[in-house]
Design a binder for this molecule. Sequence first.
Ligand SMILES: Cc1cc2nc3c(=O)[nH]c(=O)nc-3n(C[C@H](O)[C@H](O)[C@H](O)COP(=O)(O)O)c2cc1C
Length: 174
Amino acid sequence: MDVSKACESRFSCRKYTGEDVGNGLIEQCLECARLAPSALNKQPWKFYVTRGDLKAKIAKETQMFGANGFTDQAPVLVVVTVKPKLADKMADKIKHQDFSSIDLGIAVQSFCLKAADLGLGTCIIGWVNCKNVDKLLPLSLGEKTKLVISLGYPACEQPPRRRKSMEETAVYLS
Ligand SMILES: Cc1cc2nc3c(=O)[nH]c(=O)nc-3n(C[C@H](O)[C@H](O)[C@H](O)COP(=O)(O)O)c2cc1C
């Protein structure tokens, strides 16, 4: 699948068949995430692939304000953590930019695009009780949960895209 096709076919999948996804496929998604660019090449992310009882506990921590009930159905939840290095923190202070969150977003998108390429469904989940998820994982000092990605075989069609127009989102200048 070419890049345009992957961008077009990725969507937030909120209904899954429940069939497990093999680690071989997940590894291909993780490899695309691993290749993502990052500020100062710090690669401040880590992806935790969870199934079974641990996944069920993490699912509960994504179900805030009645949202994200579909995480019970997804066979795999991938928790993405960030551990900013000192250089990142200094760059953030000087540039007033949260580089590690930008880095993580790029890696997560690479993961999701490869999943789409493989016919898998994903949803990036930001409404997460991150502090509680931290307690469920073997994190190192300074490492924090940022996002969860649900992963599985889609049990729904891709809905129509709702996007701003090209004119609203891009400007050519010279
Ligand atoms: C940082 C981030 C956090 C998100 N959090 C959630 C979430 O908690 N629950 C959810 O159902 N979708 C979540 N989404 C998915 C967005 O709602 C979705 O990407 C957007 O509506 C566009 O739809 P599409 O992904 O199908 O193109 C999140 C997306 C991003 C990038």
